[in-house]
Design a protein around this ligand. Structure first.
Ligand code: GN1
Ligand code: MG
Length: 342
């Protein structure tokens, strides 16, 4: 990994790079841990920014810097990015974009959490949103319409119309099931148009594995800040449950592993309502059950559209991966639908 070591050396690091090793399970960016000489633990995290998806890298880093500085001003721990030797927040090697941040020591990530941790996560997470509620500087909408389900359904329709790789016929069952629920699942966008539902600064990718916990289950900090932007609070509440309440994996090939865990749901909701006490509107609180359904639904739509498009967005490990993800998300949606009445 000689080349990666060179890239790290473009930043204002302490010490000399000893090793760079792959890290994490992200579907978008490539992430590495960086070891320096004389240190056993990783010292930095290097990331290649996927600029096919995040096309405005300046806006991206600007959003992240505003958020992390705001959190730090309030005495909260937040990700710390290093500047390059010429004072920039990312390094462009002529082809790819890179950034470097401090490795957060003694932190743990999970793919699944217990109800107890889920309660604490809900609480810390609600607090994270209230801390950002008074961020005065506007953030750019880094991916326009990111969690707009009407837009995601339109992308699915476009993919079907084009049927680039001839996959539509094999997924007809899922398409029918998805469009049957279109009216109910687009509620959020209608409430927004009617002026009843606000947008707030949200993280927009609150998967369990985007949170660093300490050994007592407290959320140390929330990572993967690329998608921080204005959205409905449903984004953060719903996406956490989509991963935390799933008893199986996001891409579980065995659908029998997948269920929607109501204990996690109840514990997280209790914590979240405590953490956001005093700033959520009644309409936001009343529609949290809808949000819990919306996210497995939206993720099914996104995985399926990518499958139909011939796998151009999400990294895949095998040819049917996006189809397996679609089926797994849909099973999660069905289980949630049986248990939650929006
Ligand atoms: C992507 O960055 P990562 O891999 O955690 C995606 C999310 C999806 C998620 C599905 C920018 O997140 O929106 O929910 O995969 N991020 C982007 O696992 O599209
Ligand atoms: Mg991630």
């Amino acid at each position: 990994m000689e080349n990666l070591k060179d890239i790290v050396s473009k930043f204002e690091i302490e010490g000399k790079v000893a090793d760079v090793k792959p890290m994490g399970e992200g579907l978008i960016n490539d992430t590495y841990k960086v070891f320096t000489e004389g240190c056993e633990k990783p010292k930095y995290v290097l990331q290649r920014i996927n600029n096919a998806i995040f096309q405005d890298v300046d806006m991206l880093m600007d959003n992240i810097n505003k958020v992390t500085e705001h959190l730090r001003k309030k005495g909260r721990y937040s990700l710390q990015f290093l500047k390059t030797n010429d004072g920039k927040s990312y390094y462009f090697d002529g082809e790819k974009y890179w950034r470097l941040m401090d490795f957060v020591p003694d932190s743990i990530t999970y793919q699944a959490v217990t109800p107890e941790y889920s309660y604490i996560a809900g609480k810390s997470f609600g607090e994270f949103e209230s801390l950002l509620d008074d961020l005065k500087e506007p953030l750019g909408e880094i991916i326009p319409d990111f969690h707009n389900i009407e837009f995601r359904l339109k992308q699915l329709r476009d993919a079907i119309a084009e049927d680039r790789v001839g996959r539509v016929k094999e997924v007809q069952y899922y398409l029918d099931e998805i469009f049957k629920r279109e009216e109910i699942m687009t509620l959020g966008e209608r409430l927004f148009r009617e002026g009843k539902l606000p947008k707030r600064i949200c993280h927009c990718d609150t998967k369990v594995n985007n949170m660093l916990f300490d050994k007592d289950g407290n959320v140390l900090c929330i990572i993967d800040l690329d998608t921080v932007m204005p959205s409905f609070v449903f984004s953060d509440y719903g996406d956490f449950l989509r991963t935390a309440a799933n008893t199986g994996a996001e891409d579980d090939p065995n659908l029998d592993n997948i269920d929607f865990n109501m204990e996690i749901y109840n514990a997280f909701t209790k914590g979240y309502l405590e953490g956001t006490k005093g700033f959520l509107f009644p309409i936001e609180k009343e529609n949290l059950p809808y949000a819990a359904l919306l996210f497995p639904y939206m993720q099914t739509v996104r995985f399926l559209a990518d499958y139909i498009n011939g796998d151009t967005y999400y990294k895949i490990k095998y040819p049917e991966h996006n189809l397996v993800r679609t089926k797994a998300q849909w099973r999660l949606f069905e289980r949630a639908e049986e248990k939650i009445i929006p």
